[in-house]
Design a protein around this ligand. Structure first.
Ligand SMILES: Nc1nc2c(ncn2[C@@H]2O[C@H](COP(=O)(O)OP(=O)(O)OP(=O)(O)O)[C@@H](O)[C@H]2O)c(=O)[nH]1
Ligand SMILES: [Mg+2]
Length: 234
């Protein structure tokens, strides 16, 4: 099983400098950084350290994933946030769990024994609400349907049509934003009854930089998406 660590960056120089040295290159087969045109030296730092970096063409975090797909050499992709929210030491147990034959393993902030130190009242409520709705509508048993830090078989991204514009375009047009892939990945994996598991993993606070998540706009778009999927895409 070949593993690719996929790291999206947009002005994360401080996080990158603290977090990347904690990732041992031998843990995975490929480390790929997808940058959204950082202006704070993130790309220069990453290239100096010898990492492969691609620059995304279209704006928005989901395009970072979609455009990365053709560069991914692994059978399994681990998405990792270098802003301090993802704990590097959990990469190995995450891979171990994937090796038990899962399609997706989520590093859950809300599984027993884990905690988010980055949540505020709104994000903690939002994450709980979306996870509960997705479990209720789609018969899933997620404890954290929203987090970026997770591993999945590359194949499922394509099989679930997550690389297609039409999977997101309606809610993005209505709420005039570009959303992430995690909620839809969780929803469609449940619809297809893929094998999903989680491991507990704390979410430490963000290191430097700025949050790009647009809490209310994305919340609204994700809410529409979560309901829409009941009728759309089978
Ligand atoms: N390539 C790329 N990376 C992005 C984009 N938006 C966010 N990122 C990166 O994705 C990672 C997670 O983004 P965050 O802004 O922290 O979003 P979040 O984790 O939901 O929000 P926080 O509550 O601040 O942690 C960070 O490394 C960001 O720099 C984008 O449009 N393109
Ligand atoms: Mg973050």
């Amino acid at each position: 099983m070949k593993i690719t660590l996929l790291i999206p960056t947009l002005n994360e120089i401080e996080g990158m400098k603290q977090v990347m040295p904690k990732i041992k290159k031998e843990w995975v087969d490929q480390i790929l950084i997808v940058d959204g045109h950082s202006t704070d030296g993130t790309v220069e730092y990453a290239r100096e350290q010898g990492y492969s970096v691609i620059l995304q063409k279209n704006k928005g975090i989901r395009h970072a994933y979609i455009e990365a797909i053709e560069h991914i050499e692994g059978d399994v992709v681990i998405t990792f946030s270098p802003d301090g929210n993802s704990i590097p030491e959990l990469i190995l147990p995450l891979i171990e769990k994937m090796k038990q034959g899962q399609d997706m393993v989520i590093v859950s902030r809300y599984a027993k024994g884990a905690k988010s130190y980055d949540d505020d009242l709104i994000t903690s409520f939002g994450n709980w609400m979306f996870t509960s709705l997705i479990n209720l509508f789609y018969g899933a048993k997620y404890t954290d349907a929203m987090v970026m830090f997770r591993a999945w078989r590359k194949e499922i991204f394509i099989n679930l049509d997550l690389d297609k514009e039409e999977s997101y375009i309606m809610e993005e047009k209505i709420f005039r934003t570009k959303i992430g892939v995690e909620p839809l990945l969780s929803v469609r994996a449940a619809k297809r009854k893929l094998k999903c598991a989680d491991i507990p993993g704390d979410e430490p606070v963000r290191i430097g930089g700025e949050r790009k998540l647009q809490v209310l706009r994305w919340g609204a778009a994700y809410l529409m998406q979560t309901f829409k999927e009941v009728f759309y895409w089978h």
